[in-house]
Ligand binder design. Structure first.
Ligand code: C2E
Ligand code: SIN
Ligand code: SIN
Ligand code: FE
Ligand code: FE
Length: 380
């Protein structure tokens, strides 16, 4: 090893924060850092808040052993005590979790895991509530003022890493969306369609997550990126895109270039915004490029088969076909959910992924509430 002069004797213990690493690694890293002074901090977890749906969604955690709360969400308004944290904009200290009212399933799961105390810090960005940060210990009565000072500092570092990563992903989504609006001054996909796509994709991703090894983090990015699957359509002329009738063979060949055009646009944006290192950008590229591949290899553009099609693209495909069929398009009327589910079942295995189709169909009620929440703008 190189011998360094004495003025380099100190190694910055937080240097890893400046590296290009996924948020979950940084969280684990900060947990290890905290562990050196406070070995009784057994778990740090982040839940993100979605103001559109009032859902608090598990996002990332660092804990020794299994996490009792991943792939889980709950309405903020269903938890009076968590709501108080946000309303008062103050963190909450619980010295003995046994004394917390026993009503809510998530507090039960935390307690069932044997945690004794908890410190919950709300994260704000420019005054907007972004999510909650949970510190848990197996021990009770450990959260003294000295410890809380350190937890605040580390908590805000976690918060900034989170904001940094989310802002990057959201900037990308926003720039892709504005590109499509600006490019031709047309919105071939309505906002409501994009929102529904995102939520269907999340329903599917969450349901198959355990089987496919998707973590919360990946699910969240599939949710963010699924609506961008058709960005390549901005390169397609109106005469094809908005044609009121069936496409002829030549027109459909042109239409089939939209996945490759999509990836070109995404790559250009990643480069222009200096986001090439964005964790999960591969998810976005795969969704754009492969959402029209079919399980039997008869899809486009590459004719990939089965497992060779990335799971995020198989998820987006089911969400896309479901929403395309249940919506009115220039070339077709809207189908009922029942008829659409029947067709999806026929397509399952040959064209669409069986697990993804099953995941959507088995959540028909959740699908219905997404449709009610994100209706087409009656004026547009
Ligand atoms: P899109 O409207 O977003 O539709 C996405 C996918 O949903 C379609 O991919 C197809 O798999 C499914 N889909 C949509 N409508 C129907 C339908 O009426 N019946 C059935 N069985 N499946 C349907 P596909 O076929 O690769 O099309 C890609 C895109 O090409 C469509 O995106 C749409 O923008 C355009 N397109 C496809 N067919 C026509 C058409 O007949 N007329 C026009 N104007 N555009 C079409
Ligand atoms: C929640 O209360 O919804 C999440 C709790 C956690 O992750 O600790
Ligand atoms: C809760 O109050 O929701 C559970 C306890 C915790 O995670 O802090
Ligand atoms: Fe498409
Ligand atoms: Fe589409």
């Amino acid at each position: 090893m190189e011998t360094l002069p004495d003025w380099f004797r100190h190694a910055d213990r937080l240097a890893a924060l400046g590296e290009d690493a996924p948020f979950s690694n940084k969280l684990e890293f900060l947990h290890d850092y905290l562990h050196q002074d406070f070995p009784w901090i057994d778990r740090i977890a982040v839940a993100l808040y979605d103001p559109q749906t009032d859902l608090l969604k598990t996002y990332a955690h660092s804990s020794k052993g299994d996490d009792p709360l991943s792939l889980y969400d709950a309405r903020l308004s269903d938890s009076t005590t968590l709501q108080e944290i946000v309303r008062l904009r103050r963190p909450r200290v619980i010295d003995d979790l046994a004394l917390l009212p026993a009503s809510r399933p998530h507090s039960e799961r935390i307690r069932g895991q044997g945690y004794g105390s908890s410190y919950t810090l709300p994260i704000f960005r420019n005054g907007d509530f972004l999510g909650l940060l949970f510190f848990n210990s197996y021990r009770k009565h450990v959260l003294d003022e000295r410890a809380l000072h350190h937890l605040d500092l580390v908590g805000h570092l976690v918060g900034y890493s989170l904001i940094d990563q989310l802002t990057t992903a959201r900037t990308l989504v926003a720039s892709v969306r504005s590109t499509s609006t600006l490019a031709q001054h047309r919105d071939f996909e309505t906002g409501a369609h994009l929102d529904r796509m995102a939520h269907y994709a999340r329903l599917i991703a969450r349901a198959i997550a355990p089987r496919y090894g998707l973590d919360d983090h990946t699910v969240e990015h599939i949710f963010l990126f699924a609506p961008l699957h058709d960005i390549g359509k901005i390169g397609i002329s109106d005469s094809i895109l908005l044609k009121p009738g069936k496409l002829d063979a030549a027109e459909f060949e042109t239409m089939k270039t939209h996945p490759a055009r999509g990836v070109e646009i995404i790559d250009a944006l990643l480069e222009h915004f200096g986001l090439a290192g964005l964790p999960h950008s591969q998810l976005l590229r795969n969704i754009a490029l492969y959402h029209h591949e079919a399980m039997n290899g008869q899809g486009y553009p590459l004719g990939l088969k089965g497992e060779a099609i990335p799971i995020e693209a198989r998820i987006a495909a089911v969400a896309d076909v479901f929403d395309a069929l249940t919506s009115k398009r220039p070339y077709k009327d809207a189908w009922s959910n029942e008829d659409t589910f029947t067709l999806l079942q026929e397509l399952a295995g040959d064209v669409l992924d069986r697990d993804c189709v099953q995941a959507l169909i088995s959540q028909a009620d959740a699908v219905r509430s997404i449709q009610e929440r994100f209706r087409e703008d009656p004026l547009g």
